[in-house]
Design a protein around this ligand. Structure first.
Ligand SMILES: NC(=O)C1=CN([C@@H]2O[C@H](COP(=O)(O)OP(=O)(O)OC[C@H]3O[C@@H](n4cnc5c(N)ncnc54)[C@H](O)[C@@H]3O)[C@@H](O)[C@H]2O)[C@H](O)CC1
Ligand SMILES: [K+]
Length: 459
């Protein structure tokens, strides 16, 4: 896992560091110079423009400029405040105009075909939210210090940062409460079945589907089975859907189905509820009963999220009363239904606040998926852990993809993984499975088929 810290947290970490700021800046500048030489493929005859601002980001750039010059690179230092609209030709531009202290607007100069190395973050990107104006220079590479910044992983920032390297400048970020998930984390977390396991170790119950939307239930249940669910039982209210023979179907009525659907729930490790259920009043009512009565960890997706919020008091009384883990998997629109407003510019703060308010693990889907767990102590409302999952691409934005993810999380929960890791690891594997499929023409069922290969690759 790679630590992620906000600008405010980074300032506090700096302030408590034993080294003076000059030493940290010297280390940062040295790392920038090394990255520049790496990008240039040498020093002899190379020309570098360094755009420097008046803050510490600029100071990092000045140290790099000095070091590159000492190595024989021809260096021009350009004051950000006096920049010309177009820079003279160079092999590389080091963008050290602004870092985490940026506010407002920034129009970068034109740089021609030079490579661009951003110092800490591309200047003009908000390091907290990833928001950026149109004038920001896209980087080929960003060298950031000690920890990632949320703005490098979110929104425009993720696109503008290019390849990101994290340089060690000797700061202690061990207290970080946010991390980017890596393949090693998933390999460490994803459960392996015991040699003496039987089919009820890790069984998943799925309640989903309807006469109008049978497919969502098929995707969620087959994904749960592919992800390791030893036995998957599906109850699709009022309909029998066409599933592979391995999925056990237990028929329930189209209304008032909670008692029948949950009759043997104690035998299961987790419940996935919501995909394709629809929004008929009687379905919503029975769905709410299932959520409150399920004595197992629950993943709530799609129409299950709508059902959770379907009350004058909102979703909190229903969800907060649950004793076992609950994972909610909204996209932005569903997040709005759950909390009353869509995620704000600071998506992480929105997700953390919702997780704390609802007492649930919350997974907000997006180009970068954010998972937040509820805080352990009530005194610390934003204290839960945050995971960033960044390995997905546009392939995941296809109908049914979310149903697949919900099934996978159910499987991870049923195998005993903690809710936040179940959500984060499933999101990572879900993206990795999609990355194994063709870039065009992907069907959600192709993601299901690729799950075993994705899991196989982390073993
Ligand atoms: N622990 C670390 O990570 C370290 C990071 N370092 C580097 O320091 C910067 C942050 O430095 P700071 O001085 O706080 O902020 P900036 O350099 O980003 O800029 C602040 C400076 O610029 C002015 N300003 C902001 N926005 C604008 C604007 N739109 N137009 C004009 N001027 C603007 C602002 O008022 C300030 O005067 C971090 O990113 C790292 O690169 C150090 O290396 C130490 C360790
Ligand atoms: K910068």
């Amino acid at each position: 896992m790679i630590p992620v810290v906000t600008p405010v947290e980074m300032a506090a970490i700096d302030a408590s560091a034993p080294e003076p700021l000059d030493v940290l800046i010297e280390r940062a500048g040295r790392a920038v110079a090394a990255a520049a030489i790496d990008l240039l493929g040498g020093t002899y005859g190379r020309v570098v423009n360094v755009v420097v601002g008046k803050g510490n980001n600029g100071a990092d750039g000045r140290v790099a400029a000095r070091r590159l010059e000492a190595r024989g690179v021809k260096v021009r230092v350009i004051d950000a405040a006096m920049r010309p609209p177009v820079l003279r030709r160079s092999d590389l531009v080091i963008d050290a105009a602004y870092g985490t202290g940026f506010r407002g607007e920034w129009i970068a100069p034109e740089v021609g075909d030079a490579l661009v190395l951003a110092v800490d973050i591309p200047s003009g990107v908000d390091a907290l939210t990833g928001e950026a104006g149109a004038g920001v220079l896209p980087a080929d590479r960003t060298i950031t210090f000690q920890a990632l910044k949320p703005g490098l992983l979110l929104g425009d920032g993720a696109r503008l940062a290019g390849h990101i390297d994290v340089a060690d400048i000797g700061l202690d970020v061990s207290g970080a409460s946010q991390h980017q998930v890596t393949v090693d984390d998933v390999a460490e977390w994803w459960p392996t079945r015991a040699i003496d396991a039987h089919k009820w170790n890790g069984a998943v119950k799925v309640i989903g589907g309807s006469p109008e939307m049978p497919g969502a239930a098929v995707l969620a249940s087959t994904a749960a089975a592919r992800a390791g669910g030893s036995l998957v039982s599906l109850s699709a209210p009022g309909v029998t859907v066409a599933t592979p023979p391995e999925i056990v179907q237990r028929h329930v009525a189209a209304d008032d189905f909670s008692a029948d659907a949950l009759v043997d729930i104690h035998r299961f490790g987790a419940l996935v509820i919501g995909p394709g259920l629809g929004r008929a009043d009687e379905v919503l009512m029975a769905t709410r009963a299932c959520i409150s009565d399920a004595t197992v960890p629950v993943v709530i997706d799609g129409d299950g999220l709508f059902a959770s919020a379907w009350s004058a008091e909102g979703p909190a009384p229903l969800l907060r009363d649950r004793e076992l883990a609950t994972v909610l998997t909204p996209h932005d629109g569903e997040f709005g239904v759950l909390t009353g407003s869509p995620p704000g510019a600071d998506r992480v703060a929105s997700v953390r606040a919702a997780a704390a308010d609802l007492g649930c693990t919350l997974l907000l889907k997006g180009q970068t998926t954010i998972v937040a767990s509820p805080p352990e102590a009530e005194a610390d409302p934003l204290g839960g852990h945050v995971w960033f999952v960044t390995n997905g691409d546009q392939r995941l934005a296809t109908a049914g993809s979310g149903d697949v993810l919900a099934g996978m999380i159910g499987s991870a929960l049923a195998m005993g993984l903690d809710a936040d890791k179940a959500a984060a690891a499933s999101a990572w594997l879900h993206a990795d499975a999609a990355n194994r499929t063709p870039a065009d023409g992907l069907l959600a069922s192709d993601i299901v088929d690729a799950i075993p290969a994705a899991i196989g690759a982390i073993r």
